[in-house]
Design a binder for this molecule. Structure first.
Ligand SMILES: [Zn+2]
Length: 465
């Protein structure tokens, strides 16, 4: 299938430096990729691709520009942005939205979330994941990097919805060797699910998975080409506790067990210390960090991800929402705005984390966090056609002196009009094409109470880092 997105403004996100918005462009999409971006009306002759070996008809002289491009999507008045990446989430936790408010991190885990997760079943996870995929696609999030249980069910929801996903089947050491083996086996199975699904290994955290299991995970990751997605140094308290108990920081645990060497996505890292930066810098080609600042504010975690320090040693940063049981939404627009605000505050520098750098983290940074740095995260010929068309005509965006500022500080997820993933239109005129939203919502409403029921007692884990 081919599309011509005609007469659209295009957000260009370079590897470094200022982003810009080019007006009056045509985006030519061929199969799953961006074939070209040209000034509007420029005839474009599509090259034959592997999946369309037959000669491609060319536009005849005087024909509507892009006649070789298949269906035309009118982009007039819209801004095309690279599909956003949710760099760290637990998608099925949308089922617990609003069920654990105004709690300390200890009580959030020990009184609510881990007791609730006793109720997880494949069906409940699938229903939650479908709702999560619907929410993300409608908001222009085209890739999510997930870390949860029953990941095969999340994969099924992702494939059905058309979203792109990197899924890490999650495990605790306390669940025993069989649970660890099962999670790793699921990761292997996920590799054959479809072209938009990739897999990582998902130890829960340095404080819930022992060194032996981390070492084994790293060995398997290296041998089989997986990356490792886990929580580490979430707060400075966790780091201090690790130093007190083990004599080393969580980052040092990741180094000594081979996790950094294998390649890792570290969620949060708010407790990363200056001495850790020297270690992380040695693995900057294979280690990324996801920052989810709404969570740090809400749980009063004391600090946020030290992005400036991490970037100074070459670590790439993505932006995530974490699970909706604390973030309440899977809205990456909201998350990226929080990154800009909290980073300015952390560094006491209003010039730090400017609009261009913020947009870069949400797109290219997220692509790196997803292990897809060469595939998504920018609108460039040859990359996957993961595109969100955003309407900046709402009164909260007008007048527009700088569309980049509107994207960072004004846009709402409901301003996303049309979304493509891998060249497939998955949202058209603010409606999902792949899922019946009414059915998704009804299913979630029917089952949500079963997930937050605390009457069974017990917990999947205890928070005592
Ligand atoms: Zn998390």
């Amino acid at each position: 299938m081919s599309y011509l997105i005609r007469n659209v403004s295009v957000l260009i996100v370079p590897e470094s430096g200022e982003c810009r918005v080019d007006e009056g462009r045509d985006i030519h999409v061929q199969d799953d990729r961006i074939a070209a971006i040209t000034p509007t009306g420029t005839p474009f002759r599509a090259a034959p691709t592997a999946s369309s070996a037959a000669p491609t008809p060319s536009a005849s002289p005087g024909a509507s520009p892009g006649g070789a491009d298949g269906e035309v999507i009118d982009g007039t008045g819209l801004v095309a942005v690279p599909g956003l990446v949710n760099s760290h989430t637990h998608s099925p936790m949308v089922m617990m939205r609003g069920a654990a408010e105004d709690l300390s991190i200890e009580d959030w885990f020990n009184q609510r979330i881990w007791p609730m997760e006793v109720n997880l079943t494949p069906e409940r996870v699938r229903v939650g994941a479908r709702l999560a995929c619907a929410e993300m696609l409608l908001a222009g999030v085209t890739t999510f990097v997930d870390h949860y249980f029953h990941a095969d069910q999340i994969a099924a929801a992702a494939v059905e919805s058309g979203i792109r996903a990197d899924l890490a089947p999650t495990f605790f050491s306390s669940a025993g060797a069989e649970a660890v083996d099962a999670a790793i086996a699921t990761a292997r199975d996920l590799r054959t699910v479809g072209p938009r699904v990739t897999a990582s290994l998902g130890p829960h955290a340095t404080y819930t998975v022992g060194d032996d299991d981390l070492r084994r995970t790293a060995e398997i990751a290296r041998a089989e080409g997986f990356r490792i997605h886990l929580h580490a140094a979430e707060t400075d308290d966790q780091t201090q506790s690790s130093v007190d108990r083990l004599g080393v920081t969580p980052v040092q645990v990741l180094e000594r067990t081979g996790v950094l060497d294998a390649g890792a996505l570290i969620a949060h890292g708010c407790g990363i210390r200056d001495a850790d930066l020297r270690i992380l810098g040695q693995y900057a080609d294979r280690v990324t960090v996801a920052s989810c600042p709404k969570v740090y504010l809400k749980l009063a975690m004391g600090t946020v991800t030290p992005i400036k320090g991490l970037q100074s040693v070459g670590i790439r940063i993505g932006i995530g929402t974490d699970g909706a049981a604390v973030h309440n939404t899977l809205d990456v627009w909201e998350a990226l705005r929080m990154v800009a605000l909290t980073q300015k505050q952390r560094e006491q520098d209003a010039e730090w984390m400017n609009v261009s750098d913020t947009l870069r983290l949400a797109t290219r940074g997220g692509a790196a966090a997803a292990g897809l740095a060469d595939q998504v995260g920018a609108l460039e010929p040859g990359r996957q056609a993961d595109i969100a068309l955003v309407d900046l005509f709402g009164p909260h965006c007008r007048p527009i002196h700088d569309p980049r500022a509107a994207l960072v500080y004004s846009v709402r997820s409901s301003d996303v009009v049309t979304v493509l993933v891998a060249g497939e239109v998955v949202v058209r005129d603010r409606r999902l094409t792949t899922l019946d939203l009414g059915e998704v919502l009804a299913e979630a409403n029917d089952l949500a109470h079963t997930l937050v029921d605390l009457s069974r007692g017990g917990a999947v884990q205890h928070y005592a880092p």
